[in-house]
Design a protein around this ligand. Structure first.
Ligand code: PAF
Length: 182
């Protein structure tokens, strides 16, 4: 991934990044299409991040459908997919923690999923450092997550333009979501 990023940067190509946990649906594809409009190169990551799941949550059962995901991304024209395994992302026990404080995380989903947004922030910082994107795309469906990441980008002076894209829905109005799907 670093070699890819370096080559893009040397060629003056902007990078658009769509972080995902896989089990892709039309919502993810709309983020990928948007990235293709803005950036010369579009990178999508697929990684089911253990640090954002609570001990009694569904990490083990979370759907993993890499082959199908890759097909969908090829069809939509993503340039690269970064799909690391757990040991690559978290070799041994990772010691660095990220703590997002205040009302942004002490409310709404933050109350029912303690630590969730800290885990999201940790993996997103790691992915941003690896992919070094100019643009990053998130879905409005995860509104609190989008707000937390926006704050993190501001607070840590990350040179990244974040774009939050509209919810894509089923015909009956339900938001497309990997969890709803499974
Ligand atoms: O929204 C998601 O799928 C995840 O929370 C993210 C942003 C990919 C981090 O693991």
């Amino acid at each position: 991934m670093r070699n890819v990023v370096k080559k893009c940067q040397q060629a003056g190509q902007s990078i658009g990044f769509v972080p995902t946990m896989g089990n892709l649906h039309k919502g993810h594809l709309s983020l990928t299409r948007e990235s293709k409009k803005d950036a010369a190169v579009t990178i999508v990551s697929i990684f089911v991040n253990p640090t954002q799941f609570g001990p009694s949550e569904d990490f083990k059962k979370y759907p993993r459908t890499l082959e199908n995901d890759l097909k969908m991304l090829e069809e939509v024209g993503a340039d690269f997919v970064f799909a690391p395994d757990e040991k690559e992302m978290y070799p041994e026990q990772t010691k660095t923690l990220v703590l997002i404080g205040g009302d942004l995380t002490n409310s709404l989903e933050g109350c029912s999923r303690p630590g969730h947004f800290n885990g999201v922030a940790l993996v997103v910082i790691k992915l941003f450092n690896i992919v070094q994107p100019d643009f990053a795309y998130f879905g409005q469906k995860d509104a609190q997550q989008a707000r937390v990441i926006y704050q993190m980008i501001q607070d840590l002076n990350m040179p990244i333009q974040m774009k939050v894209m509209p919810i894509v829905r089923e015909a009956d109005g339900l938001a497309l979501s990997s969890r709803n799907q499974y």
